[in-house]
Each structure stands twice: as structure tokens, then as C-alpha cells.
Design a protein around this ligand. Sequence first.
Ligand SMILES: Cc1cc2nc3c(=O)[nH]c(=O)nc-3n(C[C@H](O)[C@H](O)[C@H](O)COP(=O)(O)OP(=O)(O)OC[C@H]3O[C@@H](n4cnc5c(N)ncnc54)[C@H](O)[C@@H]3O)c2cc1C
Length: 379
Amino acid sequence: MSSHYDVIVVGLGAMGSATCYHLAGRGAKVLGLERFDLPHAQGSSHGYSRHTKTAVYVDTPYEPFIGRSFELWRLLEGETGQQILVTTGYLRMADTGTWDHLRGKVRHEVLTADELAYRYPQFTLTSDYHGLYDPNGGLLRPELAIASHLIQASRSGAEIHGREAVTGWKETAQSVEVETGRGRYSADQVVFCSGSWTAPLIADLGISMTVTRQPLAWVWPARNAASFDVGALPIWQIPAPEYDGEYYGFPMMPDHPGFKLALHRYGEASDPDNLDRSARPEDEEEVRVCLRRYIPDADGPLTALRICMYTRTADDHPVLDRHPNYARVTVGCGFSGTGFKFSSVFGEWLAETALGQQTTIENDTFRFERLLESDHTDD
Ligand SMILES: Cc1cc2nc3c(=O)[nH]c(=O)nc-3n(C[C@H](O)[C@H](O)[C@H](O)COP(=O)(O)OP(=O)(O)OC[C@H]3O[C@@H](n4cnc5c(N)ncnc54)[C@H](O)[C@@H]3O)c2cc1C
């Protein structure tokens, strides 16, 4: 079999599904290739929920992207009739720091320890804690988002293949040739959105990325379960001094039993083909520490524990760029544990770039160049 496309997208997780959607929506002839099922639980995009929020991105290079991401999620919801983004508010609790720099820039509230205790009695905090409440925060439903992007892409004419791994590719003067276990295809452009499997693609640039093992846990609250339901609790985040990281979590949703929480810190370095997806006692203990310390009412039986992967660059920021050595190759990778919320807009950027169009959002930051200059990944 040999077919020619405008663009082939390799990997149909968060970024690839969104890229296909934006390409097909612009009238391109698109082929999307995914090695596993659509969607699946072996990459970085499973687990029923992801945080999104706005206030923390004020005055960062992500600021224009986050605003556009919300517009695009709402557009996708309008097209599909699905609720992909559930606005819950975002609550950041901390015992140090201030949020003075947000004043006048974004809607938010700063909460004292007393206000936190009154509004969110689910948390047991000492009097030195204060809170930032971002009313725009909410949870994205990743499996539904990926499915929605792919369904809409297919309806706009994209060809979407599951269980078809790309085994090789090469760029020629006329096209890019892509080989899979099932066939051979050519295209004017290829976009690699291969998540934790992207490292070999950029190895020739001397850029390394670290893949880490990241557990996610769900528990059924021991008491007052209704106070952990969506509507009663925002998405939240709080320091994890024991682990030099942050705990974060979600209100309970009707599509998965349990109160979901996890530890955000870079876990054990791994390899995507040999990731240990078994549940270890220390995975559960990580979240038990949080429950005992901050949320004792939720410290009930485990309902699920899953393993996911972060793909980390040397400076913990992603790469959205054309490959410096291949004119027909665009890459979106290295989202370092925070990419899902941006997938709607990063997909738009990748699609526009592959088609040689002016991008809706300018991207001066998330380029290969900065990593070529100083790659210091060592953990
Ligand atoms: C535990 C955890 C919690 C997170 N929490 C948040 C959060 O709250 N908010 C947030 O914004 N982000 C969060 N993230 C990060 C976010 O989920 C990721 O940045 C994002 O999902 C990455 O998407 P991706 O498309 O790059 O990777 P993936 O979704 O893994 O997609 C890559 C795809 O490429 C496919 N592929 C690879 N090689 C090939 C090949 N040769 N042929 C065909 N297909 C191939 C893979 O099978 C995979 O489907 C979290 C991540 C984890 C692991």
C-alpha cells in the first residue's frame, strides 16, 4: 500500500489527536498513526482527569497559550456536545510565598487560614497556611478530549489508524516516507507527537529527555464522601515537603470511583518500553502521607492505582518546533508533566506550523535552540 498525504501525525495521544483535529479542520489530507488503541493507558494521557488553571501562568511564556487553550476546549465542546472541561476552580494552598504579583492581572482570591478552614474544611491545615483561589481552574477529561479530537478529525476527513506503529521514516527531497507494520506512506510533512517515545528522534541533536514513572491513586473517602464530590471541591495543590514536591488532586467525578490524588515530582527514571506498571507499596504510601497529614476524612480504601509517564526536558519546558535537521519534520515533545491542558492549543500550533501557516499564537520560547545551547539533563 502506498498513499500520499499532506501531513502524517505519529502518535495520537494528547498532542497528536489535537494536531490531527486542527490539520483536518484546515482541509489538509491527514493520516494519524498510533501504535496502541485509541485512546489507551500506556502513555502520558490516561487517568480520567488533568488540571487546568490560568493564574499560575501569568507573566510566563505560557500565558498566551493558556488563554487560547480555554477557547479551543470550549469550541470542541460546542462541536461535540461533550463536557470536556469541568470548571471547579483551582485551590493552591501553601505556608510560604505570596501572590501579590497577580494583583490586577487575573481574577483570583487570596484566602487566609481562617477562610480556608471555613470554605474547605476537607483540608486540615495549620494557621500559617494561606490559599490562592483561581476561579478559572478546572479538570479536563483526557480520554474524552482525545476521543473528541479524533472523532472530529475523522469527520473532517482525516484517516486515523490505531494499532499501527511507525517503524521507520526518511525525508527525501520530494516527501517524507513513513513505514509501519502495515504499510508505507508518504507525505509532504510529518508531525511527531510520540510522547515518551520521542527521544530517538532528537538524539542526533544531542538533546536528551528523561522519562519518569508517575503513580496516580484513587481512594474512597473514609468519612463525608459527599464533601469530595465535584461541585463541593475545586482541583487543589499543596506542598509535599516529605518528597520535595507537590501533592495535587481532583474532586470525585461520576465516571470513576474514588478521590484522585498524586504526587507531582519527577519519579524514577524509566524507559517507556520497560516501564514498571505494577503498583508498589511505596506508590500508595506517597498519597497516604498526604491524606494523613492534610485530608484525613479522605484516608479510606484504595480504589485504583495507575502508572503514567512524564517526559522531561533539561529545563522542564516543552519543545514545539521544526526539527533543525529536517525541513519536513515538526516535533511536539517534552511536556514535563504539565502538557495536557495545552494540548488543544499546542495541537493548533503544530498543525499551523506543519502547513506553513502563520501561527495563531507566537512561540519564541519552546524551541530546540535553547536546549542545543545548554542541555543539562542529568537526573
Ligand atoms: C500522572 C500524570 C499527571 C499529569 N497531570 C497533568 C495535569 O494535571 N495537567 C496537565 O496539563 N498535564 C498533566 N500531565 C502531563 C500531560 O498529561 C502530558 O504532558 C500529555 O498528556 C503528553 O501528551 P503527549 O501527546 O505528548 O503524550 P502521549 O499522550 O503519551 O502520546 C504519545 C503517543 O505516541 C504514541 N507513539 C509513540 N511512538 C509511536 C510510534 N512509533 N508509532 C505510533 N505511535 C507512537 C504513543 O503510543 C502515545 O499514544 C500529567 C502527566 C502524568 C503522567
